[in-house]
Design a protein around this ligand. Structure first.
Ligand code: GLU
Length: 282
């Protein structure tokens, strides 16, 4: 029942992190990209409208320039993003073309969505792509945007972007593909009693604390920004799922209603291993 809304989702945003397309910090993982292209193309073929929000510009820029690590300076990162964004799009175009799926690049900066006229333009552009059966592939325009490249916020900025894109196109569901299964009761890397929470109906301070606190460098890779994205989706009566990116074909299972990852959603009937707004687990 709880997962029915996920099953019925028609318009979906899928957020892909750098780790979902790269292995080591600077090594491209062709297998992962191909599996993603296959899964998303198949979903599209099944009638879902899918938009992708992807990271990887800086990582692929570093890979192209044979760097072992990212430069510290903002300018250095912007230059890498400029190099890597082209590579990123080229990879997506190639792999999606195997499945006869057209894609279109859309680069967004925060100010674009602050102005009603620009917001409308982005919305019309994305709607037009979707209506033509093209998958929009969205990233922040890192080469000119400074907000996102602040070192303290380098994890998860695209989590927020993906929630904003979901708003712009009125998506029913946001799926954040991550390097962990979902939200846990504790850090699974250090606590073997950590349990996956399958359902959250409200992002409370308690839940934020459980995920390591809003400002912490929590080891599960930017859970704080994912929770902020979840909060945005819940407030709009939409759904969000955090799930592991290792096997993109699990998206089929997710959209078949299977209990995968953590579902964030306002309404619904409680199931086991849930976490409610008052913090009761059952
Ligand atoms: N937009 C950045 C990139 O493409 C990543 C930011 C993020 O992962 O949040 O490299």
């Amino acid at each position: 029942m709880l997962r029915e809304k996920v099953q019925k989702a028609k318009r979906i945003v899928i957020k892909i992190g750098t780790n979902s397309i790269m292995n080591a910090p600077t090594k491209i993982d062709y297998k992962k990209i191909d599996r993603l292209a296959y899964a998303v193309s198949a979903l599209h073929q099944e009638g879902k409208e899918v938009a992708i929000v992807t990271s990887g510009a800086v990582g692929l820029g570093a890979s192209t320039m044979n760097l072992k690590e990212y430069p510290a300076s903002i300018a250095g990162q912007q230059a890498l993003a400029s190099i890597g964004q082209g590579v990123l799009m080229n990879l997506y175009s190639k792999f999606f073309s195997h499945y006869n799926q057209h894609v279109g690049q859309v680069l967004i900066t925060r100010d674009v969505i602050s102005f009603p006229e620009s917001y409308k333009n982005v919305s019309v552009a994305l709607d037009t792509l979707l209506s033509k059966g093209v998958i929009p592939i969205i990233n922040e325009n890192d080469a000119v945007s400074v907000d996102e490249l602040n070192h303290n916020t380098k994890f998860g900025d695209n989590d927020t972007l993906s929630a904003i894109v979901s708003e712009v196109i009125d998506a029913d569901l946001l799926v954040i593909l991550s390097d962990i299964e979902g939200l846990y009761t504790a850090n699974p890397a250090t606590d073997k009693n950590a349990e996956l929470i399958t359902y959250v109906n409200e992002v409370t301070p308690e839940i934020i604390e459980m995920a390591g606190g809003a400002g912490s460098k929590f080891a599960t890779g930017g859970m704080a920004t994912k929770l902020q994205a979840a909060d945005r989706m819940i407030r709009r009566q939409k759904a969000m799922v955090i799930m592991k990116s290792d096997e993109p074909s699990k998206l089929f299972n997710l959209l078949a209603g299977e209990e995968i990852g953590t579902l964030f959603m306002k309404e619904g009937i409680h199931s086991d291993k849930q976490y409610s707004s008052i913090g009761n687990r059952s």
